[in-house]
Design a protein around this ligand. Structure first.
Ligand code: NAP
Length: 295
């Protein structure tokens, strides 16, 4: 049986992910808070739902990829939420990056209404979403993952079962810790090169071929040199993820000194009104300290 898919949240990530599901032959009913995302997908063949409950009624698997924990709570449990469209066999596949603890709470409430929830956050950015090569970290019941495998494989290249409800989100926060600290290392290398009179392009070329390379060095550093701060992944979302990591770490007494530092720098960027820029804007916090601009 081919699952009927519902898709909620048509932002930077959601739009290409929904497109890949249609390419794989799934029928889609979509809904987004604002209309432009819906219109784009409807033009390409999706049906329009009138809200999360309606999308749930018309689907076997409802995917959401929105902003943060309160957004998923609203979409799943709020007035007109997925829970109001609950029916036998419905699965809520949430791909937002959000709190593991709130995930478990939502999964429990949905479970009482007979809806299975999987947390399935992703890594790979806008490009990975477009290419269908995301890494997907899954928490919840393994049988439910197996049922949803063809759906997930239409969006990602690597699926990893992480454990019970919330475990996918915990692994995603590990990813975000590593991503943010690598981003900081790349930005510090750029600023140091510029201060030392080295052409940043030369530094990027040499370091990218050695042990200092990273996704950030290869993909974000060239954008900084071009002064291209358009978002693939927004500063506001990275700040949110680091706050979630620090909250979760406190509960298990795990020290995250580097994460605390880089979270403060992202907070400063948000205070400066840069929340909608891409995470490569982290360099701007260092540029202010160094009183120079990497060009
Ligand atoms: P985005 O471009 O800001 O899109 C978010 C989408 O969710 C928008 O369509 C927004 O609707 C919708 N939305 C937000 N709050 C909502 C609510 N309360 N009710 C209904 N719809 C709501 O963000 P994104 O980059 O696609 O990221 C989405 C999620 O994926 C975030 O949790 C992010 O941390 C995670 N993520 C992002 C990346 C990346 O590289 N971008 C990578 C991995 C994971 P409107 O159109 O009305 O604003």
């Amino acid at each position: 049986m081919t699952e009927r898919i519902g898709f909620i949240g048509l932002g930077i990530m959601g739009r290409p992910m929904a497109r890949n599901l249609m390419k794989a032959g799934f029928t889609l009913t979509v809904w987004n808070r604002s209309q432009p995302g819906i219109d784009e997908l409807v033009k390409e063949g999706a049906a329009e739902g009138s809200g999360p409950a309606d999308v749930a009624r018309r689907s076997d698997v409802v995917i959401s990829i929105v902003g943060d924990s309160p957004d998923v709570e609203e979409v799943a449990l709020g007035p007109g939420g997925i829970i109001e469209g609950a029916h036998r066999g419905l699965v809520h596949l949430d791909m937002t990056t959000m709190s593991p603890a709130v995930t478990r709470r939502i999964a429990e409430r949905l479970g009482e209404a007979g809806v299975e929830m999987l947390d399935a956050p992703v890594s790979g950015g806008q490009q990975g979403a477009t290419d269908g090569t995301l890494s997907i970290m899954v928490g919840g019941r393994e049988e439910t993952l197996e049922r949803c495998r063809p759906v997930l494989e239409a969006m990602g290249r690597k699926l990893v079962y992480c454990g019970p409800s919330g475990a996918g989100q915990t692994v995603k926060l590990c990813n975000q810790i590593a991503v943010a600290l690598t981003n900081l290392g790349m930005c510090e290398a750029l600023v140091f090169a510029a201060r030392s009179g080295i052409d940043p392009r030369v530094m990027i070329e040499a370091v990218s071929a050695g042990a200092g390379t990273s996704w950030q060095m290869e993909n974000l550093a060239p954008r900084i040199v071009e002064r291209d701060f358009r978002p693939g992944f927004k500063v506001a979302h990275q700040g949110k993820d680091l706050r979630l990591a620090l909250e979760a770490a406190e509960k298990v007494s795990s020290p995250l000194p580097g994460t605390g530092l880089v979270q403060q720098m992202f907070a400063a960027l948000e205070t400066d009104g840069l929340g909608e820029e891409g995470t490569q804007a982290l360099v701007k916090a260092l540029e202010r300290l160094a009183d120079l601009e990497v060009q």
